[in-house]
Ligand binder design. Structure first.
Ligand SMILES: [Zn+2]
Ligand SMILES: [Zn+2]
Length: 509
């Protein structure tokens, strides 16, 4: 059974309406790692739907979090360190805030992946008083919360701990305030110098009192998580392995949820993080791609498929090796369409990875990358048929050729990136070749009249070389040298076949 169908089954047993919560802290460009819990959460929603379980997906922008680190290229924002991210202006001036500048395109891109959660902003929830029940419950139960948090801490919190972080009413920072007292829901605090990851933040020295019900402040993270579960009646929560560790935030928030808010904790869907090009995804180190970057090089279904594979396995997205991932996806596509035998789980994975009604393509990504460089769009279909592909959706072919073309330019290996010479130019080179090699090339063009399969044609290249006393590598080099002026190129059989008979007849005869 697929993990998401398993989660849906557990949710069905839990009963009632299901709420799957996801969220992202907006401290810079949300990347595909941030997208993974939303896309996976939506997969659970879809499984619920298929199982007849009522479910909805929500996404909370964690925009009350303090601004801890200035993203690369936005040094103008360094004075905002320590402010709630929601209160930072858009450095580019095109949106109403820093958060919108990054969150809006992320939400738009998610739609392309078939994911449309109900959107909330943590700041708006706090400021509209949506959490007022939770504030009262958390303050009444603060001794209990203190005891629960201390169970998992090396250094215990002080006895007068208040589960609230105010925003300073004078300077607007959230990471500089220290609570000094509590009376009902009135929190006293002072604004002092504090250290944050991105550097020190200066407190303004203000001493004040604020009503937590007005929402100019927030719960500490583990309390906030539980408060959101209670507020939205969350029943399922996907999250990365770091929260799942023993004594980690899920364990703590679960107890707070059950003991303080009297809400049974959501069913966890924990997953292992994936890496990008062999390293941790990191905006500050530049090892990052966004959903919209992905949409320029591959279909959304391929990334969905990648995310829907086994959750508890560390995996890497290597952009240079992207064709291998697409090949894997094409294999489950063949299974789905009954062109290849396959197991139930693979077929289910294919179904879940679809954004729309599936259409068959099964034309390799690498072939598409070549196609875009050797022919005009209107010839793609006939070239593909000539290479033995059949029953495919032409619109998908055109789209994949465009995507693979973008990929080649940005991430592809050198041998796949080339400029094809004109037939006349090739002919001029051909005439300079040794006559044995000329014969080989002409025979290979003739062979295309009967051979329609690249793997058979591949063997044919070797046979032709040997029959004419030519070393096969010598023939391959001649092919690449004449066509693209390079020592190496795409797989020769597929490459020659993609060029079309007319071109080859002019070139090699
Ligand atoms: Zn903007
Ligand atoms: Zn202040």
């Amino acid at each position: 059974m697929h993990w998401s169908d398993e989660a849906a089954e557990r949710l069905g047993l839990r009963g009632g309406s299901q709420v799957i919560e996801t969220g992202t802290s907006i401290s810079g460009i949300p990347h595909i790692g941030n997208a993974s819990d939303v896309i996976r959460g939506d997969c659970v929603r879809r499984s619920c739907q298929d199982a007849g379980v009522d479910a909805r997906l929500i996404w909370v922008s964690d925009d009350m979090d303090p601004f801890r680190k200035v993203p690369a290229g936005m040094e103008s924002l360094k004075d905002y360190l320590g402010f709630p991210v929601k209160d930072i202006p858009d450095p580019k001036g095109c949106h109403s805030s820093f958060v919108d500048h990054f969150a809006n395109p992320f939400i738009e891109d998610l739609k392309e992946f078939g994911v449309e959660p109900k959107i909330y902003s943590a700041t708006e929830l706090y400021r509209s008083g949506a959490f007022k029940d939770e504030v009262v419950l958390a303050f009444e139960g603060r001794k209990n919360i203190l005891e629960i948090l201390n169970r998992f801490r090396k250094e215990p919190l002080p006895d007068d701990f208040v589960p609230w972080t105010p925003i300073c009413q004078k300077c607007g920072k959230i990471s500089t305030t220290t609570v000094t007292g509590l009376d009902g829901t009135m929190v006293s605090y002072e604004c002092v110098d504090k250290e944050v990851a991105g550097g020190d933040t200066k407190g303004c020295g203000y001493v004040g009192v604020q009503d937590a019900l007005k929402g100019f402040g927030k719960f500490p993270w583990r309390v906030e998580w539980a408060a959101k579960w209670h507020h939205f009646k969350v029943t399922c929560e996907p999250f990365g392995k770091d929260h799942a560790a023993a004594g980690g935030s899920y364990d703590t928030s679960k107890i707070i949820s059950e003991e303080v808010f009297n809400w049974p904790a959501p069913i966890p869907v924990a997953y292992e993080f994936f890496t990008l090009n062999g390293a941790k995804i990191s905006s500050s180190k530049g090892n990052v791609i966004t959903l919209s970057d992905w949409l320029k090089i591959a279909e959304p279904e391929v990334l969905r498929y990648f995310m829907f594979k086994k959750l508890n396995k560390a995996r890497d997205i290597n952009l240079r090796m992207l064709p291998n991932l697409v090949d894997e996806f094409d294999q489950i596509e063949r299974m789905h369409f009954g062109k290849e035998s396959g197991d139930v789980e693979s077929k289910r994975m294919y179904q879940l990875s679809q954004v729309q009604e599936p259409k068959y393509l099964n034309i390799p990504y690498t072939f598409c990358a070549v196609l875009g460089q050797v022919s005009e769009e209107q010839d793609y279909e006939s070239r593909a048929r000539w290479n033995g592909y059949d029953g495919f959706d032409t619109k998908r072919l055109k789209n994949r050729a465009k995507l693979a073309g973008n990929w080649v330019e940005k991430y592809g290996p050198d041998y796949l990136r080339f400029t094809l010479k004109t037939a006349e130019e090739v002919k001029a080179e051909y005439l300079k070749l040794d006559s044995r090699i000329q014969t080989c090339l002409t025979q290979l063009v003739d062979a295309l009249e009967s051979v329609k399969d690249p793997s058979i044609y591949h063997k044919k290249i070797y046979e032709t070389a040997r029959a004419n006393n030519v070393d096969p590598p010598e023939l391959f080099t001649a092919i690449y040298k004449t066509l693209i002026g390079k020592e190496k190129g795409p797989k020769a059989a597929m490459f020659l076949m993609s060029l079309g008979e007319e071109y080859l007849k002019q070139a090699y005869k």
